[in-house]
Design a protein around this ligand. Structure first.
Ligand SMILES: Cc1cc2nc3c(=O)[nH]c(=O)nc-3n(C[C@H](O)[C@H](O)[C@H](O)COP(=O)(O)O)c2cc1C
Length: 170
């Protein structure tokens, strides 16, 4: 499918079928994340695949927006391992991880899978529950699975501000 059409048709899926995600599709999604650009190519990301019944139960209990997806990709970054902008002191790991997640989101859409980019969670709690390394920060969760038959985009999905409001030519 044409990339622009894919981008327009992708929407945040908040209802999933129980159909499992094929391993080859999961691998393809993870590979798309691996190909993402990162600042100075430092690749400070770590993506945790939450798929076992135990890990899913733990995540679902802590993250209301896990939407019962059969796979959850917990997307983390290590600030000490990323580029730091010398002009602002701002570490790139959150941006790097957001691009990794976006690559995975679009690949999933190409494969007919649904995702939702989720930040609404108590990240320190999730961090503790999964015993993640102290140096890693959770930046987002990507839900992944086959959309339920009656899954629908949110009514506001197609609302995008016109370019004239979000782009300025200098
Ligand atoms: C940084 C970020 C954080 C988000 N956090 C959540 C979230 O916690 N829960 C949720 O249901 N959707 C979340 N979303 C999804 C957005 O609400 C959604 O992408 C937006 O409303 C546009 O809708 P669409 O993805 O269907 O086009 C998030 C998206 C982004 C980019």
């Amino acid at each position: 499918m044409d990339l622009t059409r894919l981008m327009a048709e992708r929407y945040s899926v908040r209802k999933y079928s129980e159909k499992p995600v094929e391993e080859a599709d999961l691998e393809a999604v993870l590979e798309a994340g691996r190909l993402a650009p990162t600042a100075k190519n430092l690749q400070p990301q770590r993506v945790y695949v939450i798929q076992s019944p135990e890990a899913l139960a733990k995540a679902r209990a802590l993250i209301p927006s896990a939407f019962n997806a059969p796979v959850l990709l917990l997307c983390c970054g290590t600030p000490e391992a990323c580029w730091v902008n010398p002009f602002t002191g701002h570490p790139s790991d959150e941006t790097d991880v957001a691009i990794v997640a976006t690559h995975m989101m679009l690949k999933a859409a190409q494969l007919g899978l649904g995702t939702c980019y989720v930040c609404w969670m108590d990240t320190p709690k999730v961090h503790r529950a999964f015993g993640l390394p102290a140096e890693e920060r959770i930046h987002c969760l990507l839900t992944l699975g086959h959309p339920a038959q009656d899954a629908l985009p949110s009514p506001r999905h197609a609302e995008r501000r016109p370019l004239a409001e979000t782009v300025a030519r200098l």
